[in-house]
Design a protein around this ligand. Sequence first.
Ligand code: GTP
Ligand code: MG
Length: 266
Amino acid sequence: MARKNGKMRSFNVAVVGLSGTEKDKGQAGVGKSCLCNRFMAALADDYSVDHISVLSQTDFSGRVVNNDHFLYWGEVTKTSEDGIDFLFQVIEQTEFIDDATFQPFKGSKMEPYAKRCSATKITSAEKLMYICKNQLGIEREYEQKLLPDGKINIDGFLCVFDVSSVPSRTIEKQVEAVSGILNNLMKTKKPIVLVTTKNDDGNETYVKEAEKLVSKKEYKGGIMLVETSAHENVNVDIAFIVLAQLIDRTRGRARILPYIEAARVR
Ligand code: GTP
Ligand code: MG
């Protein structure tokens, strides 16, 4: 494993995807938080299907959200099939909604989500790792882990594409939003993996749309696709490991199985 000063190098990943108010994303989120939660949580008991989205001003200003529109999910080590350890630090780029106005909270500089989520130099002083929804307001009762040095440099992106059908969200809308995000991510020149989420409840035609997206000629075959389910814990680790291997070009390539096959061998 690549080490610097005896310390394992960390692969810093931002998880992004359609975010915003109910008008933008429909009646449910695309699955960014569940994907992160499944990846970080070693124990099944630590996996929750319900994460923060609409908040009070107090919770927005608390140490976990810290007046940002991203969450720090902490760090975790995973081992690839060929026995190599990878240390990951993960953030989720989302948009928190004020429970009084149902509009996004105003941060210091509010760029459109598609642009903001492509940031590679992220800072937030004294920000605490997010663990679960219940943690807010009673942070002291949970492990208090800080975002190291109040900053993180992003090495690659996992862009989420929800293949389940969600009320009040059209597939066209998601394709448009994700295209806008991918265009901005491409400008960073960092590796990108497109991750389909909720394949356990997936819709064949939506999966096709995701395949169409990654094969767009603008992306020159540079975006890989991994089909996942956080609820069923299928292909989640592989999605992050494939991204780490793209970041660290000297490493091998993990084999990516289509959802159906991965679900069978799990
Ligand atoms: P915001 O951050 O609010 O934009 O949402 P998000 O993208 O983080 O979505 P979140 O992970 O909170 O999930 C939204 C909804 O989708 C929840 O009701 C989840 O239970 C559901 N969901 C997430 N992952 C899966 C999955 O793998 N399968 C199924 N069937 N549902 C899922
Ligand atoms: Mg979320």
